[in-house]
Ligand binder design. Structure first.
Ligand code: GLU
Length: 554
């Protein structure tokens, strides 16, 4: 295959998926994966990609589509699904495991969170034991109350089999008990210094005056925190680590602070709230976690939490940290989504432009594809870039054998067929499963059929095209064609297959992942597939909801 043509094809492919504008980075990526020798010739790959993108981006989108279709047969199959892999075994699994998913209900789950959900679920399924969903809601100012109900639903959609859902906000008394024990052991102190002063002292590896104070003094201050004699900002409860730890981030950490913020679940019952690191350490112990699987962005947290285990003499779980995954082209930041849903930029947390689990579900991405993707990526510490192409490849593999096929004609343009009897097409619902039966479609009144505006470029006078399963026509003038029979052999001489709708057609629109709507006609039977994913032939897999569809992928 000619590498220049491949670059052009990859640019076309990417442009079609991104409002007509191909990104050189995506083209370089595909060149390197199809032509491994290009990995050592990255300058050349960049130049090829830049040229192809510049050319393609200056073309009208109908031309991009037409050329894409022309080049497609000579190209390697788009993104091969990576080979199936299995997760490596975990140490210390004798007698089963207890693991957890610990989302912060500060927003709904997004693609990034699905990794921890799937990995933990896979291991509990493999070794037997218990999977606990723990809502980490100890920061009353970072809670999005809808998340409490939405998260378990998202996990259900992903096929995660959890045994129970618990809330850290039900467990505040337990954290306070543990705090008191640490204070008694002189493994913690209550600091009323100015926070900045305390931080600066830590940087200099020096203790603040409270660090060495007698336990009874610290306990007295702690009581004052609890009973309201100290105000927000006046004091924090601190767990001692190692003041001369080479990593300053690990030196003594705040375990409790006073917050005058009402909590969505406990109201104003509490005002001394534990920090993430403290609550997690206590819970991982009390809930008997055997393994904690988390991203390596939590490495410092793990070290802090281990101090709590050591101070208390608790047995530690096996901690495993997987690498960072950067998910490009996706809106994931919860605070940003929250704002933008509020101000109407997005229609909701399930807006198809978002990377939330709800958006993926709405588009009809197969949840099994998300699972397989994370299994493939595994638990290695290396950082990776998420590949939407691979996710789509898995999803396609799962949907293709089951999704019914229908015609959707986007941007419909009438074409009059001259000299034809009323025509009928019988089309299988699924090409590989005759048992699913056929649909019947007819040409319209006066022989008019609608074809997609995307296909207009094939309609040059003189061109022979095959209206799929209906018959062949020769274009005579714009919007007019002459019927020339039903012999499939025209395909051998280069005739294009074009989708169409005639007598049976309903208005329908499909929302693309960039939020744009494609208006058109769909065959009526597709409307009976509510909530299901169908394949609109030569268009893509789409989930049907009412008179609208949401595009998953090609
Ligand atoms: N709530 C934490 C998070 O979502 C959990 C991390 C962990 O302790 O594994 O980042």
């Amino acid at each position: 295959m000619d590498i220049g043509i491949a670059a052009r094809f990859f640019a076309l492919d990417n442009a079609i998926a991104h409002r007509g504008k191909a990104q050189p980075g995506a083209v370089i990526g595909r060149l390197m994966s199809e032509f491994p020798e290009m990995r050592e010739r990255s300058k050349e790959a960049s130049a090829l990609a830049a040229k192809a993108c510049a050319e393609v981006n200056s073309m009208p989108s109908a031309e991009q589509r037409a050329e894409h279709e022309r080049l497609a047969p000579q190209m390697p199959k788009r993104e091969k699904a990576a080979k199936r892999t299995e997760l490596p075994d975990l140490p210390g699994v004798e007698g089963g495991v207890v693991m957890r998913l610990a989302p912060n209900p500060s927003g709904l789950l997004h693609l990034g969170h699905t990794r921890m959900a799937i990995l933990n679920d896979e291991y509990v399924k493999r070794y037997g034991g218990k999977l606990i969903v723990r809502m980490e809601d100890t920061n009353p100012s970072a809670i999005h109350p809808d998340a409490y109900d939405a998260i378990p639903k998202d996990l259900d959609w992903l096929g995660v089999m959890y045994d129970e859902v618990c809330f850290q906000s039900d467990r505040f008394d337990l954290y306070c008990d543990a705090a008191e024990r640490l204070l008694e052991k002189k493994c913690a102190y209550v600091c009323t210094c100015d926070q900045e002063v305390w931080r600066t002292l830590k940087l200099k590896e020096e203790p603040c005056p409270h660090r060495g104070a007698p336990a009874k003094d610290n306990i007295a201050l702690w009581k004052k925190m609890l009973d309201g004699n100290l105000q927000e900002g006046d004091a924090i409860m601190v767990v001692k680590t190692d003041l001369s730890h080479k990593n300053p981030a690990v030196r003594d950490f705040a375990a409790f602070r006073i917050l005058d913020t009402a909590h969505p679940r406990t109201g104003s019952k509490y005002r001394v709230y534990p920090t993430y690191n403290f609550a997690v350490a206590v819970d991982d112990h009390l809930m008997g976690m055997t393994h904690v699987l988390r991203g390596k962005d939590h490495l410092n947290n793990t070290i802090r939490q281990e101090y709590v285990f050591d101070h208390m003499g608790w047995k530690k779980p096996v901690f495993i940290h997987y690498g960072w995954v950067s998910i490009e082209e996706a809106v994931l930041k919860k605070s940003l989504i929250k704002e933008s849903v509020k101000d109407g930029t997005y229609s909701g947390w399930d807006d198809v432009r978002l990377g939330t689990v709800q958006a993926l579900a709405k588009r009809g991405i197969h949840p099994g594809a998300i699972r397989q993707y994370w299994i493939d990526v595994g638990i290695k510490e290396v950082d990776i870039t998420f590949s939407w192409d691979n996710l789509y490849a898995y999803s396609r593999e799962l949907l293709d054998p089951v999704a019914f096929r229908y015609f959707f004609v986007a941007d419909p343009q009438p074409m009059e067929i001259i000299g034809a009897p009323p025509l009928e097409a019988k089309v299988p619902r699924h090409p590989d499963r005759p048992e699913d039966g056929m649909r019947t479609l007819h040409s319209g009144a006066d022989g008019v059929v609608y074809i997609s505006g995307d296909d207009l470029s094939f309609m040059q006078p003189g061109a022979v095209i095959r209206l799929k399963d209906l018959g062949n026509v020769k274009v005579t003038a714009p919007g007019k064609a002459e019927y020339i029979g039903n012999d499939r052999s025209v395909l051998k001489s280069g005739a294009k297959i074009v989708h169409w709708l005639g007598a049976e057609r309903e208005p329908f629109r499909v929302q693309m992942p960039d939020g744009e709507w494609r208006e058109g006609f769909v065959e009526p039977e597709a409307l009976s597939q509510q909530g299901k994913v169908v394949q609109f032939e030569r268009f893509g897999f789409t989930r049907i909801e009412g008179r609208e569809g949401y595009y998953a992928h090609r």
